[in-house]
Write a protein that binds this ligand. Sequence first.
Ligand code: NAP
Ligand code: MG
Length: 477
Amino acid sequence: MKKMLIGNQWVGASDGRTLDVVSPSDGKAFDQIARGTPQDVNSAVAAARAALQGPWGQLNATERGRIMTRIGLAVLDHEEELAQLEARDTGKPLTTARNDIKVLARYFEFYAGGADKLHGETIPFLNGHQVSLLREPLGVTAHIIPWNYPAQMLGRTLAPALAMGNATVLKPAEDTSLSALRFAELALEAGLPAGALNIVTGLGEEVGAALAEHPGIDFISFTGSNEVGTLIQQAAAKNAVKCVLELGGKSPQIVFDDVDVERAVPIIVRAIVQNAGQTCTAGSRLLVQRSIYDAFVGKVAEAFAKVRVGTPEMDLDCGPVMNPAQHQRVQRYIDQARASGIPVLAEGQIDANVPSGGHFVKPTLFGPVPRTAALAHEEVFGPVLAAMPFEDEADAIALANGTEYGLLAAVWTENAGRLHRVAKAVKAGQVFMNCYGAGGGVELPFGGTKRSGHGREKGFLALEEVSTTKTLVHYHG
Ligand code: NAP
Ligand code: MG
């Protein structure tokens, strides 16, 4: 049984209850975690508050940065161990898990360097006055993350918050808490003072809700579904605290008739198959100019048919989806699209030797998908790609912007003017031009527009999100 971290104590749930840790590859339990309680959340928030008054709160920015550098190095020193743990817990291929651990380390390295580089300002004001703007931590920050990239997510949300001197409480997804717990051991060994990081494992409705509503927190960072995101924002409103919401997506690949086909095809396939499509930034809509639609989509179908699905050890293109609910959800989208007569253009293959009981789905390319179909605008969160033709630039932009989401987009054309016109017209937090980056990109400010959420993570901007300013006005005569 893996215990939770509150202050510098490793503890079970206050009522002793536990949850099974299940492998998505075979559906079998292989460990247990604590099923935390609202009382445990109280203890974690109190420990974080105490840390702000204790050694953690006394450190200067450079010292915080040094500790974070050591944490990043500790993660790299344990890359293989963490990757094995992450792969087992999530079902993702080992190569993907190794990359995720490198990205976790990278978050700590990047924000270690940022800790002492977000400076204040002086502001010209009335004669006889000196005005300065101080940059300060928000206080106790709450972090609720999903199961798709557990290690990356914890780095993405915690590293900037710690860099700015906040004390943090993390609630990992109930399905994937193991990498966070092992990470926390490494962080303590690397010198992170007690209470700077607290982890309460358990259920969203119990621990997540108690944390989001807790009057002792000063900020909430949430990554997950739109349904829960709305609950989080309501909870934040009750306590008048700020929240950053990273929610769903239905990101378009917009392909014009002068696309560099050889370059685009493998990137487009990877952008939906990666992590079995369980990526908020998955390129799940393939919008192709009608004049090249058949030829281009045919090339994508050829590549798509070569996609192989297996266990982490098989290390193929992707693994199973996370849990039975996700399995049913993705399979339902596939079955309903088929039943409604949308043509299947290609399917990937599930390795014949995968264990029974695993949550494997066949990656599927559909097209042409009618613009009104569920697949055209709903997030599947699985390896399902919806191809649709468009007529011209104006139609491409309308189609790209025609969902309630606005997270990522990619534009593929050799025409530089069109590239920039379309990139500017598309509503998204990031637009890739003749490339695509689902995940990673620690340096690149990231976040949603429209129903994909608000606020920015990654890059230097994240430091502003997790800090506040104090304006000092001094009359010196
Ligand atoms: P989810 O159900 O919203 O869960 C996310 C987190 O919220 C989990 O830790 C969950 O705990 C917790 N939670 C659940 N109910 C809660 C409640 N009532 N109060 C507080 N916390 C609660 O999302 P998911 O199904 O795990 O993840 C898939 C979704 O996340 C997709 O829509 C995807 O697009 C989105 N996502 C967005 C981004 C981004 O950066 N924009 C990145 C990744 C994923 P449990 O694990 O116990 O349920
Ligand atoms: Mg698991």
